[in-house]
Design a protein around this ligand. Sequence first.
Ligand code: GZL
Ligand code: ZN
Length: 333
Amino acid sequence: MARTTLTRSVLAAVSAAALFTLGACASDAGSGTGGGGGGGADDGVITLGFSQVGAESGWRAANTKSIQDTLTADNGFDLKFSDAQQKQENQIQAIRSYITQGVDVIAFSPVVETGWDAVLQEAKDAGIPVILTDRAVDSEDESLYESFIGSDFVKEGQMAGEWVVDQYDGEGYKVVELQGTTGAAPAIDRKEGFESAIEGSDLEIIDSQTGNFTRAEGKTVMEGFLNKHDDIDLVYAHNDDMGLGAIEAIEAAGMTPGEDIKIVTVDAVKDGMQALVDGKINYIVECNPLLGPDLAEIAKKVVAGEEVEKRIVVEDQAFDQEAAKEALPTREY
Ligand code: GZL
Ligand code: ZN
């Protein structure tokens, strides 16, 4: 009970401060980073428009849940949420509709890195601040967004590669790679990180193709790899879901995943961690999807006109089979 009262009184204070701040920034028009079109929480409620990539993976479902569970009315938000089915044009359309509606803040996870400058400039011209979550954009102009909250995907790729070198260097391993969505920051960076980590080892990536972060496409691409190569030792999949698809393809080919062909993935969602406990996956680098609380905190600061860090890096850990057995019972996602 005490917490709720505290939250409300903090909220009252915040919205009063927001009103005061807004009053100030409204007088010096064009500050550009004010509360934005919707009067910026003038009613003590922050109207936030969120454009989500899609519903392509277990990670995405956990990320969506975290955002929807945190940006609630009780927490001072009116959340408008859209699912872009992994299409950039749908995200751009959603952002434009939020601008038209005059929301207080826009937040989104960009499906790919490029092609955002125009619509982000439109949001800036409308005085609506933008927050990036999960994935990055390649915009040179950092004034187009207030903050980017997400993991360091290059580091995730390096962590996966370092473990593989540590375990298997010297055995002439042939590796196939299931890439994430073409052009997406996690796909570009996880590839870069893994390649940098295996440099100088005798591991060789003999094939690499996108499975678009989905289980179905991961399975199809792995079937293709198995038809093309008879010497695959290890699969590096940019997310658990594609790794789980690869397991199905490897088993259908009469081989034992985790033994005949090792599998290393990124995310550490429940289904992936279960496969790790079962020995079908050998190592998973976590990518924490629970970005709701950080987004809520940054949005409140932005609307209150407070300074926010441009880049908030979410810390990740990694799991081998022993660690997964320990962690699985209490995993939130
Ligand atoms: C990573 C996120 C990726 C996940 C995938 O932060 O963008 O997208 O690794 C998801 O599971 O589809
Ligand atoms: Zn408002």
